[in-house]
Design a protein around this ligand. Structure first.
Ligand code: CP
Length: 310
């Protein structure tokens, strides 16, 4: 039987969710996906709840997706962007958040470059906190929407073979996906150049590959990640051209495989580097379904965490 409450008051990372939490989020997201495909897309579930979206790092998808999810649930929404705020004048994270909370905010969705920033806040403030990405650590709602999309395409993920390809070293999406997919019983392989695979990642129970063709031959789903140049202070490979040649996924490579692999990418895409346009835009790709599912999954997370307040 599925529980009707989460085991936690915050979404700090997938690591802290139980399998029952994951199933509850997916079941709730199934319902919200129906809602957002109706002519009237709005429900009153979060009326009188105020949510602050605090983005200390750039975002397109996550930020818009959370704001839409909040508005579809009838929450009051305030948006904060570090680049146009008093953070530039030297204000600390805790002061910034406490000032916003003084205005009676109930939930905080935050993206921050420092791994662990959300854990720190959760020890100091009363609001429910949702991690929208903390540095190279976790991006839990991305992993939830990825797993929800895989489940929609393939059914139960037990025993399914999922490959995560690209810059694993700097990716919060990779770590959250690994935790989520393993809890759901899937097998995970990470694939990329040796310099972009963290040492000892095999200790998490994943397989490691440096051979894209063999990895694609093995997997049911390939979740392709971009090279995070903004987090790289040294050169991890000779050139983007060489990366694309040895680690990029192109149509000729996919067409030469015996079976059809489901192609995913969390975005933003660097077309022509980790993935060619004819793959990103092909029928094998579910990249835009991931984005659509993101709203339903985030509605589920917001709804379930708000219920923890009652
Ligand atoms: N996938 C993702 O987190 O995209 P954004 O950085 O645009 O939010």
């Amino acid at each position: 039987m599925t529980n009707d409450r989460l085991s936690t008051d915050h979404l700090l990372g997938i690591k802290y969710l139980t399998v029952e939490d994951l199933q509850l989020i997916f079941a709730t997201a199934d319902n919200f996906k129906d809602v957002i495909n109706r002519p009237i897309k709005k429900v009153p579930s979060l009326r009188d709840v105020t949510v602050a979206n605090l983005f200390f790092e750039n975002s397109t998808r996550t930020r818009i997706s959370f704001e839409l999810a909040e508005k579809r649930l009838s929450a009051d929404v305030v948006n904060f962007s570090a680049s146009s705020s008093s953070v530039k004048k030297g204000e600390t994270l805790l002061d910034t958040v406490n000032n916003i909370l003084s205005m009676k905010v109930d939930m905080v969705v935050m993206r921050h470059p420092a791994p662990g920033a959300h854990h720190y806040l959760s020890r100091h403030i009363d609001a429910n906190i949702i991690n929208a990405g903390d540095g190279t650590h976790e991006h839990p709602t991305q992993a939830l929407l990825d797993a929800f999309s895989m489940r929609e395409k393939l059914g139960d993920l037990t025993g399914k073979k999922i490959a995560i390809l690209g810059d694993i070293l700097h990716s919060r999406v990779a770590l959250s996906n690994i935790f989520c997919l393993q809890k759901l019983g899937a097998e995970v392989t990470v694939c990329g150049p040796p310099t972009l695979i963290p040492k000892y990642i095999d200790k998490l129970g994943v397989k490691v590959s440096h051979d894209v063709r063999k990895t694609l031959e093995w997997c049911d789903v390939a979740n392709i990640l971009r090279i995070q140049l903004e987090r790289q202070d040294i050169k991890y490979f000779p050139s983007l051209r060489e990366y694309s040649r040895y680690f990029g996924v192109n149509k000729a490579l996919l067409d030469s495989l015996d079976s059809e692999v489901v192609i995913m990418h969390p975005g933003p895409i660097n077309r022509g580097v980790e993935i060619t346009s004819d793959v990103a835009d092909s029928d094998q790709s579910i990249i835009l379904q991931q984005v659509e599912n993101g709203v339903a999954v985030r509605m589920a997370v917001l709804y379930l965490l708000a219920a923890q307040r009652t």
